[in-house]
Design a protein around this ligand. Structure first.
Ligand SMILES: Nc1ncnc2c1ncn2[C@@H]1O[C@H](COP(=O)(O)OP(=O)(O)O)[C@@H](O)[C@H]1O
Ligand SMILES: NC(=O)OP(=O)(O)O
Length: 317
């Protein structure tokens, strides 16, 4: 273990490739993911891990809906509860894999814990009227039409890859458990928190009421990084760097950009909505929130190289 001279507090947001789409894929993927996270832990950094849940929350929601169709005594499970289930299921696999990876490297004294995390949203957020977050598996047009007809789901085409159900995705405004997460981090725990963007809740006096939504994990991770006063927000995805002119012959991969440059590229439409755009938006929000805060977007396997400045796209003020 390195000494703690350069210890940073890091929030890592894991993309879809870190977890896969199915139960067996997730089992295999978390082993690779744990290696990348353990590399950062071994450098002595304080690490909080968040992750997506799109495929998983859709799968859970479908299973619960089928159960309630078969059994009239079983009312349908709210989407907020499905997000909670996805946090626990993904947290279980990730926590277990990371514990094993740390032990394989001789670190028996680093506890890993998953925090059930609620995230407050505004009940008047216009996103509730405009579902945009794809969940579940991809379908053909014919399958999507059947789902829309049979279950009243709203289906949208997802970046040329097929059709998916979409649900509301309001902006996160408070990480309810951030004090507890901070306490765990400061006492040496590796914390998995804010999974699936957090369980969306609205405040009703002292009661937190579940909302029918799935929050974007990049925005929730950004807010969590701010609330934890993190030094780094690392967004790990399936590309090593962010590009302008992505997918075109004159593609240019970006190594380091300022917040102003990132905003200019956003305005010019270089980042696809629903994929790279929320990542760059989250990175910009984090890097602008306080001097010294740095955002990094890179490949899962390159997390350590990225924080050492060897690769990835760095966004800072
Ligand atoms: N300008 C861009 N630069 C790099 N990647 C981009 C860009 N625009 C769109 N992408 C795509 O966005 C993907 C990341 O978004 P997505 O797959 O939704 O993320 P997640 O890892 O969170 O599941 C990349 O793998 C890439 O295919
Ligand atoms: N909640 C969320 O943003 O999940 P995905 O990253 O899987 O879309």
């Amino acid at each position: 273990m390195e000494d703690h001279m350069n210890k940073k507090r890091i929030v890592i947001a894991l993309g879809g490739n870190a977890l896969g789409d199915t139960l067996p894929e997730q089992m295999a993927a978390v082993k690779i993911t744990s290696k990348a996270i353990a590399d950062l832990i071994e450098e002595g950094h304080e690490v909080v891990v968040s992750h997506g849940n799109g495929p998983q929350v859709g799968m859970i929601n479908n299973a619960m809906a089928a159960l309630s169709r078969e059994n009239p005594n079983q009312p349908n499970t709210p989407l907020s509860v499905c997000v909670a289930m996805s946090q626990a299921y993904i947290g279980y696999d990730l926590q277990n894999a990371l514990r094993e990876e740390l032990r394989n490297r001789g670190h028996y004294d680093i506890p890993v814990v998953t925090m059930v995390t609620q995230v407050r949203v505004n009940p008047d957020d216009p996103a509730f009227e405009n579902p945009s977050k794809p969940i579940g598996h991809f379908m053909t047009k014919e399958q999507a039409d059947i789902s829309a007809e049979k279950y009243g789901y709203i289906m949208k085409e997802d970046a040329g890859r097929g059709y998916r159900r979409v649900v509301a995705s309001p902006r996160p405004i408070e990480i309810v458990e951030s004090d507890a997460i901070r306490t765990l981090v400061e006492s040496g725990n590796i914390v998995i928190a804010g999974g699936g963007g957090g369980i969306p809740v609205t405040l009703q006096g002292n009661h937190l009421k579940g909302a029918s939504a799935v929050i974007d994990k990049d925005f929730a991770s950004c807010l969590m990084a701010q609330e934890l006063d993190a030094d780094y927000l690392i967004i790990l995805t399936a590309v090593e760097k962010v590009a302008i002119n992505f997918g075109k012959p004159d593609v240019k991969w970006l190594s380091e950009i300022t917040v102003d440059e990132a905003k200019k590229y956003m305005d010019e439409g270089h980042f696809a909505p629903g994929s790279m755009l929320p990542k760059v938006q989250a990175a910009v929000q984090f890097a602008s929130s306080k001097p010294g805060r740095t955002a990094l977007i890179t490949l899962l396997e390159k997390a350590k190289d990225g924080i050492e400045g060897k690769t990835g796209t760095i966004i800072r003020q």
